[in-house]
Design a protein around this ligand. Structure first.
Ligand code: CU
Length: 462
C-alpha cells in the first residue's frame, strides 16, 4: 500500500467506525453530535479519537457506587464531608413584611431552602452525615441522586440520632438530593415543604470552552463569526419547585394530587430575584417607585429575605446549574437571550437554542454569554409559573448608565456585581472552573441563625 492509499484509507475507516458507533449504540444523534471530533487531527490518530469518544461500546458507570465509610480515607480519592441537619421551621412567604410576617410550615436541611449545595470533582467520595437534633418533630432521611443507591438503603434517622453514608460521585453533572421521608412514607410532604438541594459534580477534566457563533460582514460578504470563551465562568444555581399550601401555610396533599400548586418558587422563593428599593432609588431616585411589575420583597428591613438581582458582565462566560425539583415541567428560557449551550450528563444536548425542557428531577448546565448591556429575565415559560413566581431578573453590564449617574467606582463599569453583589443563595460553592464573584450579599430562605452562619462563612457584611 502506498502512502497516498493509506492517507485515503484512514479517514474512510474512521467514518465507517463512527457510523457503526451510531448504529450500534443507544446514543442519540444529538449526543454524538455533541462530541468533539477534531477532524483536522484525523490522520494522526483516528482510532484514539474514536476511543476518546466512548469507543464502540457504551461506557457504563458502576451501577452501585456506595462504599464502606470505614476505609474511605485509604482509597486515594478525595473525601468531601457533608453535614446536614433535619429541622422543621417556620419560613416567610410572599406577602411577608417586616411588620406583618406571613410564614409557612417548612421542613429544611440545615435551616435553609433549598438545602446547602455540595460540590465535588468526578471520582471524589461524598461522606454525608444527617443529624436529627433532639426536639425535632419528626424523623427524616436522605436520597442523593448522584449516589446510585436506593433511597430505601438509607433508613429514617430519628430525633437525637445521626447517620452517615459514603459514595463515589462517578458521574459529572447536577444531581438532586432530597429527604426520603420516614422510610419513604410522607416523602412528598418533606420534599415539597423544602427538603431538597443539589450536588454538583465537576467533570474530572474540567468544563469545556464555549463557542458562540454569530455572523460578520467581511469584504462585502456575510460570514460565520466564531468566538471562543475559556472554560472559566461566573456561576449561578437555580432550582425550580412548587408549593402546595393551605390558607394556614401547611402542606396541602389534595392540591398536590390535583397538580394545583399555590406558589412557584426559584431557590425556595417567589420572585426572589427582582429589583428592591435600592434599585428603585438608583434608577427612579425614589425607593417607593417600583421598576418591575412584581416586587414583593422590596424592603431592606426584610434582611436576608429582601429581593436581589443577578449581575453579570457583558461578553462574559456565564454558567447556570439548573435543577427542576418540582412536579411541573420547566420550560427554561431567558427573555432576551439564546441559550448558547445545554449540557446534561456530561454530553452537550444542544447548541444555541431558545428554550430547554426539564421534567421533574431533571437537570442541566446552561452556558450563556450576554452580549449587550440589558435586563434579561430567566423564566419557566409557562405563564402560570411566570406569574406565580418563576421570574429571575439578570442585569448585564450597565444598561441604565448608573456608573456615570451615581459616580460609582470604576471597577463597576461592566457589572453592578462589583458595587451591589450577587445573592448568596444563587452562588454555588467554587469549583474547578469558577470565576469568583466580585461581591456577595446575604440572600436566601434562611433562618436567622443560618443567615448569620453563612454571612460568617463567606465573609459577607450585613
Ligand atoms: Cu424529612
Amino acid at each position: 500500500m502506498n502512502a497516498r492509499q493509506l492517507r485515503t484509507l484512514l479517514p474512510v475507516a474512521a467514518v465507517a467506525a463512527i457510523g457503526m458507533t451510531m448504529l450500534g449504540s443507544s446514543y442519540t444523534q444529538t449526543q454524538i453530535a455533541g462530541q468533539t471530533l477534531d477532524t483536522s487531527a484525523l490522520d494522526i490518530d483516528a482510532i484514539q479519537q474514536i476511543h476518546d469518544m466512548g469507543g464502540l461500546n457504551l461506557v457504563m458507570p458502576e451501577a452501585f457506587a456506595q462504599m464502606d465509610c470505614e476505609n474511605v480515607d485509604t482509597t486515594g480519592r478525595h473525601v468531601e464531608d457533608f453535614q446536614l441537619t433535619g429541622e422543621s421551621v417556620e419560613l416567610p412567604i410572599m406577602g411577608h413584611t417586616a411588620d406583618e410576617p406571613m410564614t409557612y410550615s417548612a421542613m429544611t436541611f440545615s435551616g435553609q431552602v433549598p438545602a446547602p449545595t455540595v460540590r465535588v470533582t468526578q471520582g471524589d467520595v461524598i461522606r454525608m452525615t444527617l443529624t436529627i437534633p433532639d426536639g425535632e418533630l419528626r424523623a427524616h432521611g436522605n436520597d442523593m441522586h448522584a449516589s446510585q443507591i436506593s433511597a430505601t438503603n438509607f433508613d429514617a434517622v430519628f430525633p437525637g440520632q445521626s447517620k452517615t453514608y459514603c459514595y463515589i460521585a462517578h458521574v459529572p453533572g447536577v444531581f438532586k438530593y432530597h429527604c426520603s421521608g420516614v422510610n419513604v412514607a410522607e416523602m412528598d410532604l418533606h420534599v415539597l415543604s423544602g427538603m431538597y438541594g443539589i450536588a454538583i459534580v465537576d467533570p474530572l477534566d474540567g468544563y469545556k470552552r464555549l463557542m458562540v457563533e454569530k455572523t460578520a460582514v467581511q469584504g462585502g460578504e456575510v460570514v460565520k463569526d466564531r468566538k471562543f470563551y475559556p472554560p472559566d465562568a461566573l456561576e449561578f444555581q437555580l432550582q425550580y419547585n412548587q408549593l402546595y399550601l393551605t390558607d394556614s401555610g401547611t402542606y396541602d396533599q389534595k392540591a398536590m394530587f390535583a397538580h394545583q400548586n399555590t406558589q412557584t418558587v426559584v431557590n425556595g422563593k417567589q420572585f426572589a430575584y427582582v429589583p428592591n428599593e435600592t434599585h428603585n432609588n438608583l434608577i427612579n431616585d425614589d425607593p417607593e417607585k417600583n421598576i418591575f411589575v412584581a416586587q414583593p420583597w422590596n424592603s431592606a428591613d426584610l434582611n436576608q429575605y429582601q429581593s436581589q438581582l443577578l449581575f453579570v458582565e457583558t461578553d462574559q462566560h456565564v454558567r447556570f446549574f439548573v435543577e427542576n425539583q418540582g412536579n411541573e415541567p420547566l420550560f427554561f428560557h431567558i427573555v432576551g437571550e439564546i441559550l448558547d449551550r445545554v449540557t446534561q450528563g456530561g454530553r452537550v444536548q444542544s447548541g444555541p437554542t431558545e428554550t430547554w425542557l426539564l421534567g421533574g428531577s431533571q437537570n442541566m448546565i446552561v452556558d450563556v454569554v450576554f452580549d449587550e448591556p440589558g435586563v434579561y429575565v430567566a423564566v419557566n415559560h409557562d405563564y402560570a409559573a411566570i406569574f406565580s413566581g418563576a421570574a429571575t431578573v439578570i442585569v448585564a453590564g450597565d444598561p441604565f448608565g448608573l456608573v456615570e449617574k451615581h459616580d460609582l467606582p470604576a471597577a463597576v463599569s461592566n457589572s453592578y456585581a462589583y458595587a451591589l453583589g450577587n445573592p448568596s443563595d444563587a452562588v454555588p460553592p467554587m469549583g474547578m472552573n469558577s470565576i469568583e464573584h466580585p461581591k456577595q450579599n446575604l440572600h436566601g430562605l434562611y433562618t436567622d441563625e443560618r443567615a448569620a452562619a453563612i454571612a460568617a462563612e463567606r465573609g459577607i457584611e450585613a
